[in-house]
Ligand binder design. Structure first.
Ligand SMILES: *[C@@H]1O[C@H](CO)[C@@H](O)[C@H](O)[C@H]1NC(C)=O
Ligand SMILES: *[C@@H]1O[C@H](CO)[C@@H](O)[C@H](O)[C@H]1NC(C)=O
Ligand SMILES: *[C@@H]1O[C@H](CO)[C@@H](O)[C@H](O)[C@H]1NC(C)=O
Ligand SMILES: *[C@@H]1O[C@H](CO)[C@@H](O)[C@H](O)[C@H]1NC(C)=O
Ligand SMILES: *[C@@H]1O[C@H](CO)[C@@H](O)[C@H](O)[C@H]1NC(C)=O
Ligand SMILES: *[C@@H]1O[C@H](CO)[C@@H](O)[C@H](O)[C@H]1NC(C)=O
Length: 516
């Protein structure tokens, strides 16, 4: 072969390498959002580094990679000025300032519980992945846990013709063993608000989860706005994940629940007989809410256990501007508890659930169970006399004092005259929030979407909108529906609940009684 021809072959070879290169999205412990914006050849590549870390701990950063490996750390806490401070002044490992670059940032999570969690790229929850519909997603998962295998389920992706990428350990794959890695490759064929989580044991409740946002194509975006009007859609800023946080990691908790002893929130076994916290909890209709008492909850990895003063906590803050319409995306990543979600003094216009647009429905509350997603539009106030509002998710337990079993975050109006809320302001923001008694009265009912029961007791003044009253905005394509041989098209919404103290189950609030 003449040299010239050889060279041109080489050229074509290298050119094709360039043309087929994916967008390798930098995803490390400093990136809470990994957005793939312009991949060549429509392939987005991410890396997930999975390791076990301890709350309230800063880890020495490995210079070579800029990542932590959980090998050497120093304990920090939030002081009465609302700032991180090292717990032990003799500990010089990470210096005396939280701004030292030697070490990773600490995660207080619920601001109270000193326990281990599973981090994806050094954080809880894992990074938000943002891609566009029909792009190929490649995620290289590296398992650095000491003894557990992992798997990652891409919740909401149908995985047609890629069933083996569904990420369910023991069902569609063998677990990824400690020290090993595995690359998931799938086509993001469903747009909307989705998420990813471990499908091994209960690892997702220890932190192994994150948001997976699939943006629509230009033309689909135009179609949606044509139907429901224009709105600001910034998934990197306005995506919320909800998780009830537990006293200890999932293996501990699982052992206790499955032995029937549930848990006892005390350290001294001699006090067990007088401890009231060993029981199950119930909601207003007598349904069981949780097999263990509620502990605390987090929104995007931050929250406040009820025994921690506001100033010693860290809450998530979501920024908006006045007089605009924003799309918010809500992801139910919970372990045991459903939440009733609301934003103080704002209505929520629900526009999508589980990746499907619906005809808009305005409500005060969205009840969200594990695995569910709801997208809503938020019309921000024009008048900016108040800059901060409480975002609340309250459990469905029968609560005697209001608002205690709750997880909180802040909606912040970012204007020329407002300043970003710090921990010293959390308490006053919470105090000025509108209680449910004030919001929902006999003359002005509230509406809750997705009640797991038919009605609320009268005293709540909340009426229920049920999930089977939702209507799709666009028909689902035939290929997306299960085929049952029937002519015509049916859209089915299922809401699974566990009703009554006899622990029978319900679908769309209807009970199936087994023949006896
Ligand atoms: C970084 O760590 C080194 C020791 O590894 C220490 O000498 C130095 O003071 C630290 N720097 C800061 C800013 O904490
Ligand atoms: C850390 O840096 C931030 C922003 O640069 C600053 O506001 C804060 O005061 C610093 N904190 C400490 C403890 O130095
Ligand atoms: C993903 O699937 C869609 C629809 O089946 C197809 O049009 C598209 O080309 C696929 N994308 C890739 C990168 O294979
Ligand atoms: C909060 O949860 C605990 C434990 O589940 C329960 O005992 C208590 O009644 C709840 N508190 C309130 C105020 O609802
Ligand atoms: C804000 O003003 C716009 C136009 O002036 C109006 O359409 C909108 O309803 C107002 N929003 C609120 C929350 O009052
Ligand atoms: C409030 O809801 C109840 C049912 O929960 C209903 O009977 C009543 O008419 C509603 N009141 C208003 C003002 O909507």
């Amino acid at each position: 072969m003449p040299l010239q021809k050889k060279l041109s072959c080489l050229f074509i070879f290298f050119a094709s390498l360039l043309l087929t290169r994916a967008e390798v999205v930098p995803c490390n412990h400093k990136t809470p959002v990994c957005e793939c914006t312009d991949p060549r050849d429509e392939v987005c590549e991410f890396t997930f580094d999975i390791e076990m870390l301890q709350t309230f701990t800063r880890y020495v950063v490995d210079d070579a990679t800029g990542d932590s490996r959980g090998t050497a750390g120093s304990v920090w806490y939030i002081n009465n000025d609302g700032e991180w401070e090292r717990a032990n002044s003799k500990d010089t490992l990470c210096g005396s300032s939280i701004n030292s670059t030697n070490c990773t940032q600490p995660f207080g999570v619920d601001g109270y519980t000193f326990r281990s969690f599973i981090a994806v790229n050094g954080r809880i929850p894992g990074p938000t992945l943002i891609v566009t519909k029909d792009w190929l997603v490649k995620v290289n998962v590296i398992n650095r846990l000491a003894s557990e295998s992992v798997s990652i389920h891409w919740h909401g992706m149908h995985q047609r013709n890629s069933n083996w990428m569904d990420g369910v350990e023991h069902v569609t794959q063998c677990g990824i063993p400690p020290g090993a890695s595995f690359t998931y490759i799938f086509n993001a064929t469903q747009y909307g608000t989705h998420w990813y989580h471990s499908h091994s044991g209960a690892q997702r409740t220890d932190g192994l989860f994150g948001a997976l946002i699939v943006k629509e194509s230009q033309s689909d975006r135009a179609k949606v706005r044509n139907e429901i009007g224009d709105f600001i859609d910034i998934p990197s800023q306005h995506t919320l994940t909800l998780l009830d946080w537990q006293v200890s990691n999932s293996i501990d908790l699982f052992t206790r629940i499955h032995s029937g002893i549930r848990y006892y929130n005390i350290e001294n076994a001699a006090k067990l007989s007088s401890n009231p916290e060993s029981r199950r909890t119930y909601s207003s209709d007598g349904a069981e809410v949780g097999p263990v008492p509620y502990w605390s909850g987090i929104i995007n990895g931050k929250g406040r256990h009820r025994s921690v003063p506001y100033v010693n906590s860290e809450l998530s803050v979501f920024e908006v501007s006045p007089g605009s319409v924003y799309r918010f995306r809500l992801i139910g990543a919970q372990s045991l508890y459903a939440y009733r979600f609301s934003i103080d003094r704002h209505k929520l216009t629900v526009i999508a659930t589980d990746g499907q647009y619906i005809r808009p429905m305005e409500v005060d509350f969205i009840i969200i169970h594990s695995g569910e997603r709801y997208d809503f539009l938020l019309q921000t106030e024009n008048d900016t006399s108040q800059f901060n509002y409480l975002i609340r998710a309250v459990t469905m337990e029968v609560n005697d004092e209001e608002n205690k079993n709750i997880t909180e975050a802040i909606l912040h109006y970012n204007t020329d005259s407002s300043t970003y809320p710090t921990a010293t302001e959390y308490e006053s923001i919470a105090r000025s929030s509108q209680s449910d008694h004030v919001r929902c009265t006999e003359t002005s009912n509230c509406t809750a979407l997705n009640c797991p029961f038919l009605v609320y007791p009268q005293r709540y003044h909340i009426s229920c909108e049920h999930i089977h009253n939702l209507r799709l905005l666009f028909p689902v394509s035939d290929s997306d529906l299960p085929t049952n041989g029937a002519k015509g098209r049916t859209s089915l919404f299922f809401n699974f609940g566990f009703e009554g103290i006899s622990q029978t189950s319900a679908i769309n609030a209807r009970n199936l009684k087994l023949p006896s």
